[in-house]
Design a protein around this ligand. Structure first.
Ligand SMILES: [Zn+2]
Length: 80
């Protein structure tokens, strides 16, 4: 198969469409705090914020960030 400009355009378009359903690290980070607080409150953050959950499943650096955040919040709570 030859990569004609037409095929390239289609490939780029489908990549962009897939990206629409995913969030980036910045967006994830913006909501990470809320996600962690819901988790600690025993709510279901993965239901309220499925895109964050999805990103955490895929992105190890955000997952580490999230674990650290949970840890920090737990420490704060146990201090009170
Ligand atoms: Zn990330």
């Amino acid at each position: 198969m030859e990569l004609t400009p037409d095929i390239l355009k289609k490939l780029i378009k489908s990549a962009q469409m897939a990206a629409d359903h995913e969030i980036g690290c910045n967006e994830c980070f913006d909501e990470l705090h809320e996600f962690a607080e819901m988790e600690l409150a025993g709510k279901s953050p993965e239901e309220a914020k499925p895109l964050i959950k999805d990103h955490l499943d895929k992105c190890s650096s955000c997952r580490e960030e999230y674990q650290a955040l949970l840890e920090a919040l737990r420490t704060i709570e146990s201090d009170n």
